[in-house]
Design a binder for this molecule. Sequence first.
Ligand SMILES: *[C@@H]1O[C@H](CO)[C@@H](O)[C@H](O)[C@H]1NC(C)=O
Ligand SMILES: *[C@@H]1O[C@H](CO)[C@@H](O)[C@H](O)[C@H]1NC(C)=O
Ligand SMILES: *[C@@H]1O[C@H](CO)[C@@H](O)[C@H](O)[C@H]1NC(C)=O
Ligand SMILES: *[C@@H]1O[C@H](CO)[C@@H](O)[C@H](O)[C@H]1NC(C)=O
Length: 798
Amino acid sequence: MADSWITNALKFRLLDIIFFLLVSDLVFGIIHYSIREEMERGAFVANVAEDLGLNIWRLSARNFRLATADKRQCLEVNLETGILFANERIDREQLCEQMPACVLSFEIFVEEPLEMYRGEVEILDINDNSPSFPESVILLQMAETMALDSRFPLESAVDPDVGSNAVTVYNISPNEHFGLKVETAEDGIEIVELLLEKPLDHERQSSFQLMLTATDGGNPPRSGTARILITVLDSNDNAPAFDNKVHKVSLIENSPRGTLVVSVHATDADEGSNAEVNYSFNNRVSQKIQELFSLDPRTGEIRVQGIIDYEEDDNYSFDVQAVDNGSPAIAGHSKILIKVIDVNDNAPEILLKSVARMVPEDAAPGTVTALINVIDRDSGRNGRVNCEIPKNVPFKLQTTSRGRYKVITSDMLDRETIPLYTIAILARDSGSPPLSTNKTIQISVSDINDNAPRFARPMDTVYVLENNALGASIFTVTAFDPDLDQNSYVTYSFIDNLIQDLPLSNYLNLNSMNGTIYALRSFDNERVKNFQVQVQARDAGVPPLSSSATLDVIILDQNDNAPVIVSPSAQSGSAQVEVVPQSAGQGYLVTKIIATDADSGLNARLLYQVLEATDPSLFIVGHNSGKIRTARGILEQDSTSQSLVILVKDNGQPSLSSTVTIHFSILGNVTEIFSENRNLVTNPEYVSDINLYLIVILGSTSFIFLIIIILLIGIKCKQDKHSPEDYNSPSCCYGLDDANNTFNPRHTLKETLNYTGAGEIVHIPETHHYSVCLSPESAKSDFLFLKPYPPPMSQDEC
Ligand SMILES: *[C@@H]1O[C@H](CO)[C@@H](O)[C@H](O)[C@H]1NC(C)=O
Ligand SMILES: *[C@@H]1O[C@H](CO)[C@@H](O)[C@H](O)[C@H]1NC(C)=O
Ligand SMILES: *[C@@H]1O[C@H](CO)[C@@H](O)[C@H](O)[C@H]1NC(C)=O
Ligand SMILES: *[C@@H]1O[C@H](CO)[C@@H](O)[C@H](O)[C@H]1NC(C)=O
C-alpha cells in the first residue's frame, strides 16, 4: 500500500520528488495533527502556514505546496491561506483498515528558500461501525439427547472499528436451555460457542429461535445481531404410553369369533417412526391366551378367536405391549383383565352313583334305592339345580347334601300291581331359559310270597250227572297266585272230611298239579244228592300260603227209577177191590192212586192215565192227581164189577212207567165203605216195608200237627163267632203262605221231614208244597194224606 502510494506520488509529482530528494536535508521538523475520522469535506484540519511560521502574504510567492502520498488526496491545503483541510470525507476504516494507528503523512514545500516541512495527521477512530455477523441467520440442529454442556461453535461478529470500538460483548436472548461461552484464543481470536445448559426435549419444544447480540465498546456502543434457529432433532426417548394402564372388561362366554373385547391404544410422544407403535402380546402371555384372543398389531383391537368357556376360566389376565419403531425400540405395557360372564350353556348332569336294580316289595318306606349326584357346570343361578321325580310313583327324592340325592321309597310297594318302575329324574337349572336333563332309572320290585293262591270262584257248584263213569273228570278247580315263580306254583289238595261216613278220598281224586277232580265212584242221586268238598290251594313259597274253596257237588238226577205204586198196593196182585156205591153220582171220588218216584224233578213228576177199562165211559183218572172219579152216574145196567188198568209214568226222558190194576165193585150198601177203607189204611200188609216207616212218621207227625191245627182252629173259631160264614166256607183251606199266621205249619213239616233216618236223606223237592185240606168233600178219604203238588196247582186241586 505504501509502495503504491509512493509510486503514484512519483508518477504524478516527479518534480516534487526530485525536489524532495534534493532538499531532504532541509527538513525542519515534523508537525503532528490528529483529526477524527468522518470529518465533512472541507473541514478544517490545521493552519499549517501559521504553525510553520510562514508569512501568509508570501505563500504564493514562495510557491507553497503540499505533497502527500495519499492517492486519494484526502487532505488539501489552501495555497492562499495555508489551511489544511479535508478534501473528502475521511473513513479511517477505509484508509487504514484494521491498523491500530492510522496516520496520513504530508510534506509542505516552500521556495525561496526552499524549505520542506513534514507533517502527519493522525486519523482518530470513532465508533462508526456496528459489529456484524457473517450470517444473519445461524441454523443449528441438535439431537434432543445432547449431553449437558455440549458446545456449538458460532461465528464471531466482526466490527471494523478498532480498540474499544471493536467487539467486546456477546449476548444471547434469554432462554432456558442455552447460554454462551466466549473464549479468546491465544492469537486473540474470540471463539463464541453456544452452550447447552438444560437438557432438550423434542417433545416439549422442538425448535428455538434465539437472538445473538454482539455489542462493541464504543460510546455509544453499537451492536449487531444474528438469529440462531435451533432445531431439536427427535430421538426415540419416549416409550409408547397406553391410554389406560389397566383395561378391565367383561366378556360374555361363548362370544363368537371376532367379537371385539377391547381396543387398546397407546401414543408415543416421539415423532415419525419413533412414534409408530405396534401392539403385541407380552412374551410372558401364555400360548393358550394367545390362541383365545387375537391382537391386531396396528389397531390394537383384541378380539375373540377361540372358545370362551366360563366353566374353564372365569377370568383372563394378561399384558399387552406397544412397541415403537425407533431404534432401539421402546415398549409400553398395559394389563388386560377380562372377566367372563357366565351364560346358561350347560345343562345339569345326572350321575347315577348307585342304583339298586331290585327292591323287595316288602321294603319299608324310606328304603334307599338309588344314589344320584346332580351337577351343573354353570355358576350362580345358572348352576342352581332343582331335581324332581314324578309324583305318581311311590318314590321320592331326599337331598343329602348339595347336589346329592337319595331315591327312597315313599310308600309300600306291591310287585303284583306294578312290578317295574321306570322313574324319570328331571333336573332343571334356574337359568333363563332353564336347561334340563332327565335320566330314567328302572327299579324292579322283587317278589315276596305275600299273596295266597286265589280261587277263581271260592264257592262253586259242581253238577255231576248220576251214574257217571268211574274215573271221569268232573271238575277242575283253578287258583291263581299273582306272586312270581315258586311263590306262585300252586298245588291242590282236599281238606279231607267225611261224606256219608266215608272219607272224601273214597269218592273223589284230585290232580294236585292242575286241580282236575276225578270221580272215584258212580254217584246215585237217590242215595246222595249233594255234598260239599273243600279244596285247598297252596303255593310253594317259604312259608307257603294257602286258601280254600268250597265246592257244592250236586248229583244230578237221571231218570233211572220207575214210578212205584204205593196205593193201591200192587204187591198183592191185582186183587184190590174198590167199592163204589150204587148211588154215587158223577164226579164221585172213588179212590186215589198214590205212586212215588225215587227220582226227582221232572223224573219224579207222575202222570196218570187209563190204559184199559171195562167200561171206559164210567171212570176217569185225574191226569196229575191220580184221583179216580166217576165220569157219570152209575146206571142199573152197569156191571157191578169193573176194572181199570192205570198207567203211571214219570216225566223223564225217556219216561219210565208202572201199571196198576184196580177193580171196582158197585154196591148198593154204603156202610161197608168205611170199614173197607179203614182196612186199606191200617192193614200193614198193603204197605211196603220202606214206606211203612214213612207212613208211620208222617202219620204221627200229621197227628200232632192235626191236633195243633184243631186247637188253633178252635181258638180261631171262638174269636171269630161274629162271622160264622167264614167258618163254614167250603174253601177253608188254610194257605200256608199266610204271612199273618205266626205258626207256619209248612216250615215245621219240612224241618221234620228232613230228619235223617236209616242213613238216608229223605229229599223232598222244594217245588212240592204240602197243605192240609179241610175240604168237607175230601174229608172222607184225603184227610190223612199229604199230597204233593206244585203251588200253581193248589187252587185247582183243593
Ligand atoms: C406397525 O404399525 C404401523 C402403523 O402404526 C403399521 O403401518 C405397520 O404395518 C405395523 N407393523 C406390523 C408388523 O404390523
Ligand atoms: C381368576 O381365575 C383364577 C383361576 O384361573 C382364580 O384363582 C381367581 O380367583 C379368579 N379371579 C377372580 C377375580 O375371579
Ligand atoms: C327327557 O329327555 C328326552 C330326551 O332325552 C326328551 O325327549 C323328553 O321330553 C324329556 N322328558 C322330560 C320330562 O323332560
Ligand atoms: C290235568 O292233568 C292230567 C294228567 O296230566 C290231565 O289228564 C288233565 O287233562 C289235566 N287237566 C287240565 C285241566 O289240564
